[in-house]
Design a protein around this ligand. Structure first.
Ligand code: FAD
Length: 462
């Protein structure tokens, strides 16, 4: 065998897996066909946050007067904003190159295909094929933008997230189909920069996985910032023959036509399961994802799969955690299974949204008797000083044992605060312990303590 472990794909699933494997003493190789860091670093988490930061700075400058400063009018060249985002992604990808070297992981550039007998063939950019073998092969080939049959992406007028991150010029108007985290983040970025944005969402609420009160509040905030939002609506077809796009949208009140320069399709992802040798090896898939057990073993011994290619939450931190769990189990360590009920989800629009655990509706459906506490950011000293009082914290406890069932937040900076709830829930903390954990003043995090206190009738500042 050439290697103990070969990892295919270098996204946050693959590269983290490779580093943990190397730390555990495995001779490790990682194979990548594009850029180190995968979608997350190159076309996902990081470049979107870079764009959103530019938008936030632009917004702040234009609102300088709100902070007692002289009025300024910010201006920008759109390609420079894109270039900064691409630069940030490039820097992060270089960082992964360094980490691979530091951990003595062999980086093999090319397109990998798994083969029977625990082998992997790699075709490099010149078409040369090399075969490698390993005791354990971990597939982390990730996913791409999902294409709907009635919304085929031409990459110019009907685009996916890659094009939305690298448009040569700013569209004057944009239709965003889908209001999950990706759709809402792009809608917020383009709207803040001056594009007229309309979101079309099939479900009754935007960010449909979130607690309903959070979704409703976000809808109000985004509408206030100028985004048009159509819920219970679906794009039936799109006509790209004219100057821009004409989308035929089905609504409760009949069909309407929306016109824009560009349509961004943000309706989820499709796992990269094609042409990677799954059929040849006999690895089972279901509904477009690779089937694995709780230790990420596929149906064929010696082959594993993690990250966006398996049917768990498609998030970078989930992919990384799965990879670490997978190699630690291979090492024979005593490993805890991942608790998929305690995975935080974040949307980095403004106001931000962050949550973990059950929504109020889910908690009730599960039969819990609950205590709900809410605290508005308008009552937070730090949020007021920051000039960002839009939002609130909502916490849900089990009335009987005090278990922290869910935490839902909307407001500036909440994505950095949700980890408190994740750790507390992991440690099986009760509401009482949160109230008695002294939070620093002035911070927005006090709002979590206050929301917990509100659930028990002990809130101080409202
Ligand atoms: C616009 C956008 C924003 C996002 N924002 C966030 C966020 O804020 N937070 C968050 O948690 N998640 C976010 N995500 C999701 C996150 O990017 C993914 O969940 C994460 O990248 C999945 O990691 P992965 O390792 O499974 O796969 P990927 O990151 O997709 O990496 C897979 C890698 O495998 C390579 N590959 C594929 N096939 C082969 C082959 N045959 N041979 C060799 N290499 C191959 C690919 O080139 C790629 O580099 C976002 C996604 C998008 C699209």
């Amino acid at each position: 065998m050439n290697y103990d472990i070969i990892v295919i794909g270098s996204g946050p699933g693959g590269y983290v897996t490779a580093i943990r494997a190397a730390q555990l003493g495995f001779k490790t190789a990682i194979i990548e066909k594009e850029n180190l860091g995968g979608i997350c670093l190159n076309w996902g988490c990081i470049p979107t946050k870079a764009l959103l930061k530019s938008a936030q700075v632009f917004h702040y400058i234009n609102h300088a007067e709100d902070y007692g400063l002289n009025k300024v009018e910010a201006s920008f060249e759109f390609p420079n904003v894109i270039q900064r985002s691409r630069g940030v992604a490039g820097k992060m990808s270089k960082g992964i190159e360094f980490l691979m070297k530091k951990n003595k992981i062999d980086v093999i550039l090319g397109t990998a295909k798994v083969q029977p007998g625990k082998k992997v063939s790699v075709t490099d950019k010149d078409g040369k094929v090399t075969e490698y073998s390993a005791n354990h092969i971990i597939i982390a080939t990730g996913a791409r933008s999902r294409e709907l049959p009635n919304l085929p992406q031409d990459g110019k007028k009907v685009i996916g997230y890659r094009q939305a991150l690298s448009l040569p010029e700013q569209p004057k108007s944009m239709i965003v189909v889908g209001s999950g985290a990706i759709g809402v983040e792009f809608a917020d970025f383009y709207n803040t920069m001056g594009t007229k944005v309309t979101i079309v969402e099939f479900m009754p609420n935007i960010v449909p996985v979130e607690d309903e009160e959070i979704s409703k509040h976000l809808e109000k905030s985004l509408k206030k910032s100028g985004i048009e939002i159509m819920t219970n609506a679906s794009v039936e077809s799109v006509d790209t023959t004219g100057e821009g796009v004409k989308a035929n949208v089905k609504t409760a009140n009949g069909n309407i036509t929306l016109e824009a320069d560009i349509l961004l399709s943000a309706v989820g992802i499709a796992a990269n399961i094609e042409n990677i040798g799954l059929e040849e090896v006999g690895i089972q898939t279901d509904k477009g994802r690779v089937l694995v057990n709780e230790w990420y073993e596929t149906s064929v011994p010696g082959y594993y799969a993690i990250g966006d290619i398996i049917p768990t939450q498609a998030l970078a931190h989930v992919a990384s955690a799965e990879g670490i769990t997978c190699v630690e189990k291979i090492k024979g360590m005593h490993v805890e299974k991942i608790d998929y009920g305690n995975i935080p989800g974040c949307t980095y629009c403004h106001p931000e949204v962050a949550s973990v655990g059950l929504t109020e509706k889910q908690a009730k459906e599960k039969g819990y008797e609950i205590k709900v506490g809410k605290f508005p950011l308008s009552a937070s000293g730090k949020a007021t000083a920051n000039g960002n009082t839009d939002g609130f914290i909502k916490v849900i406890f089990d009335a009987k044992y005090g278990e922290w069932l869910g935490c839902h937040m909307i407001g500036d900076g909440v994505t950095d605060m949700v980890a408190e709830a994740v750790v507390a829930r992991k440690l099986e903390t009760t509401g009482h312990e949160i109230i008695k954990s002294i939070h620093p003043h002035p911070t927005v995090s006090e709002a979590i303590m206050e929301a917990a206190a509100a659930a028990y009738g002990e809130v101080i500042h409202i």
